[in-house]
Design a protein around this ligand. Structure first.
Ligand SMILES: [Cu+2]
Length: 366
């Protein structure tokens, strides 16, 4: 106890030095079967993803073997995420088909907050091989393409229980608001035995009018842990799907009905014409419509002191929730609106808490 009492302040200080970055949504639409985009969930959300893979043996038996995986995550203070991956039929460690990985994750940089890349660090423990496994994930959105890279280290991996590392990457190409194609490859430098490189391909879908996303996959990996996703299983041709379920606790416990921070009738400042590049709005009011499960203005540029008004023109409740927690509208009923004045310059990434794949940002210019 005393030891922690001494250490904790300096640890906290260190963590605050790293500017708390935004938390991305946990949907499959920006990642690939074996390389994720550093997704995290905010506190108050429990993410449950069901990843099911299966394989059919050659004829005549055509036996179907299933590989169910369960992923649970939740947000902690200081932008950490706690994650549990559980696979019921894993070959990561022979003789122990129940594979558990417990991990902590934290975003370090977010492109949505003006950094060149998303950088996310994950560290965890895989109980079957008794291995400390870690990952540094990189991501960058370039037009409709989301590029992903990852470097992973494993202290005592698989049956061989030796340290190893590897690198890989992938890309997700967004075809429409609902549909993306994804592919990845990952190789361990000193892979155990004759394990081939891991590869995966997926069709990633947002499910309209729901907080869910869905992925249909082909891959040669069986489980979703760091070790499971890092090496191919020889001869495996797995089909599978993943279904993502964010559970927003505030929808069930309290806070529901929190009224939108009502602003006095907008005293419209004389709306100077806005010649600024990048669609900067005049100081006064700028509007973002919410429709079809989307913020219709993905990046709104305003000047300091501007009032921004979000109008929910959808048939569902939505929220305007800062990724860093600095503001939150609560649930906005259909037909209602929420307003906020931005007094400080900067980039404000936000999302909708019931539909975390709904993301956008306000850029406040001096
Ligand atoms: Cu929403």
């Amino acid at each position: 106890m005393r030891k922690w009492g001494v250490r904790r302040p300096s640890l906290a200080a260190l963590l605050f030095v790293i500017a708390a970055p935004g938390l991305a949504a946990q949907a499959v639409v920006n990642r690939t079967p074996n390389v994720d985009d550093g997704w995290t969930v905010p506190p108050g959300v429990i993410q449950f993803n069901f990843l099911h893979r299966f394989e059919v043996s050659p004829p005549p038996p055509r036996k179907v073997t299933s590989f169910p995986n369960f992923h649970l995550a939740t947000g902690l203070p200081l932008a950490f995420n706690l994650q549990l991956d559980y696979a019921t039929n894993s070959s990561v460690f022979t003789g122990i088909p129940n594979e558990y990985q417990l991990a902590l994750r934290r975003p370090l940089l977010r492109q949505a907050r003006g950094n060149p890349l998303d950088v996310t660090v994950t560290g965890g423990y895989n109980f079957a091989p008794q291995s400390v496994d870690g990952e540094v994930g990189l991501g960058r959105q370039v037009g409709p393409v989301h590029l992903l890279g990852t470097v992973r280290g494993i202290s005592s991996g698989y049956d061989v229980q030796r340290s190893m590392w590897g690198a890989g990457g992938g890309a997700v190409v967004r075809l429409t608001n609902w549909l993306s194609l994804a592919g990845d490859v990952f190789g361990l430098v000193n892979a155990p035995g004759s394990s081939p490189a891991a590869w995966g391909a997926g069709v990633q879908l947002r499910i309209p009018y729901s907080p869910h996303s869905f992925s249909i996959q082909l891959t040669n990996t069986q489980s979703g842990s760091i070790e499971g996703a890092s090496r191919g299983v020889r001869g495996a041709h797995m089909a599978g799907f993943e279904f993502t379920i964010p559970i927003t606790l505030s929808r069930y416990f309290g806070r529901r009905g929190k009224p939108p921070a009502a602003a006095p009738p907008a005293a419209q400042a004389p709306a100077a014409p806005a010649p600024a590049a990048g669609g900067a709005a005049a100081a006064g009011a700028a509007m973002v419509r919410i429709a079809n499960l989307s913020f219709t203005t993905k990046e709104l540029h305003v000047h300091v002191g501007s009032r921004v008004r979000w109008v929910n023109q959808d048939q569902l409740q939505h929220s305007v929730t800062a990724d860093d927690g600095s503001f939150d509208s609560g649930l906005i009923e259909p037909g209602q609106s929420y307003e906020r004045v931005f007094a400080q310059p900067g980039s404000y990434a936000y999302h909708c808490s019931p539909h975390p794949f709904m993301t956008a940002q306000v850029v406040v210019e001096p």
